[in-house]
Design a protein around this ligand. Structure first.
Ligand code: MG
Length: 389
């Protein structure tokens, strides 16, 4: 089989708000076509125009080859070989950032092709299932223009998630820092009150995680507050510090009363090596598209497994990336949860409409996917409606 063409679509939700923190308002969908009529689908969570340029740029010299140039005529089954080629021959402008995210979308599509060609779901090709079902957690982003509204919204969300059948949820509780909700600011004490209210709303037999989205400037500031969160029994605390503060992460890993999670932005296994070995992270959160696709994500999973750490992938895009997360989670023994909201619970039109996906939420669990490849189909009407490039 040979790759014959690569197409990139940029999609934008018509209700896009530049002040919203959600990255599910835009998307790049990558289609890899073959001479056997099989097309693989991938996506990545980065600036879609940047990723498109990384794929479609013409070659200029040996260390700055265009990815499309590099892939046409190659065998899509050679996922490891093609990953190394894409990484090596885009090195001068790549190695990290949007170029790796673009490699991630292509790699995802290549795995989809392999599964479709063999008639097997991707998780089978990744080594087979380590579990009978996948456990989702609900990722909850509250609304509100005051701290009280924000708290009430989050309490309402977590209550609804439990009623819906979830056994776990992640609270976005971010009253400062670069991701603060629509500019809303608050104190650490107010965050403690919000998380306490959520714990009281769901009781003790429910798993809660908290995401503060890079809130604190240093480990001591974080510890001052999170030391008081031990009795709230949080499964993990996500991205308490700026991600390059590896020493700070190591301090928190040693001294915080809960697991520390991070990695949603990281590109390549090399960045996870730093987070695991220097940052001493408990929970690595690769986003499949951003880390460099399923090929690279599986390497990160194995590195975490070797070190006795957990994987809980980041996923905040459409049914394409969610399917990739689910297949990886099935094939990885140290992945207890995936980030997953059923389409009907999501604000994003792209999440709701772009893909006809296979994954179902049944009694708080997701049954293993059965369809070949990633098990998804693009909805052509949604592509038509939201495509801007
Ligand atoms: Mg996060």
């Amino acid at each position: 089989m040979k790759i014959t063409d690569i197409e990139c679509f940029v999609l934008v939700a018509p209700d896009l708000r530049k002040d919203a923190t959600s990255s599910s308002q835009d998307d790049i969908v990558v289609l890899v076509h073959t001479d056997e009529g099989i097309t693989g689908i991938g996506e990545t969570d980065t600036g879609p125009w940047l990723a498109k340029a990384a794929i479609e740029s013409p070659s200029s010299h040996t260390m700055a080859l265009g990815m499309k140039d590099l892939l046409i005529g190659q065998d899509p089954f050679d996922t490891s070989t093609l990953w190394e080629k894409m990484y090596t021959y885009t090195c001068m402008s790549g190695r990290r950032g949007a170029v790796i995210c673009a490699i991630g979308a292509i790699d995802m599509a290549l795995w989809d092709i392999k599964g479709k060609a063999l008639g097997l779901p991707c998780y089978k090709l990744l080594g087979g299932a380590h579990k009978e079902y996948i456990v989702p957690y609900a990722s909850l982003q509250p609304y509100g223009s005051t701290v009280d509204e924000y708290r009430d919204s989050l309490v309402d969300w977590v209550h609804r998630a439990k009623e819906y059948g979830y056994t776990a949820a992640k609270l976005e509780c971010t009253l400062g820092g670069p991701y603060k909700h629509s500019g809303l600011e608050g104190t650490d004490e107010q965050m403690t009150e919000i998380i306490t209210a959520c714990r009281e709303a769901v009781g003790t037999d429910f798993t809660l995680m908290v995401d503060v989205q890079y809130l604190w400037s240093d480990a001591k500031s974080a510890l001052r507050t999170i030391r008081h969160w031990e009795h709230l029994d949080l499964y993990f605390l996500e991205t308490p510090l700026q991600i390059d503060n590896l020493e700070g992460y190591a301090t928190l890993a040693r001294e915080s009363p809960m697991r520390i999670a991070a990695g949603e932005w990281q590109n390549t296994r090399f960045e996870f090596l730093d987070l695991l070995d220097k940052g001493l992270l408990d929970v690595a959160q690769p986003d499949i598209g951003r880390v460099g696709g399923l090929t690279e994500a599986m390497r990160v999973c194995h590195m975490a497994q070797d070190r006795g750490r957990l994987i809980v992938p980041h996923c905040w895009k459409t049914g394409i990336g969610i399917a990739a997360s689910a297949h990886m989670a099935a094939a990885v023994p140290n992945c207890p949860y995936i980030e997953f909201l059923p389409a009907e619970m999501c604000d994003s039109v792209l999440r709701r409409e772009l893909v006809i996906d296979e994954l179902q939420f049944v009694d708080g669990k997701i049954p293993l996917p059965k369809k070949p490849g990633l098990g998804i189909e693009l909805n052509p009407e949604a592509v038509e409606k939201y495509r801007v490039e």
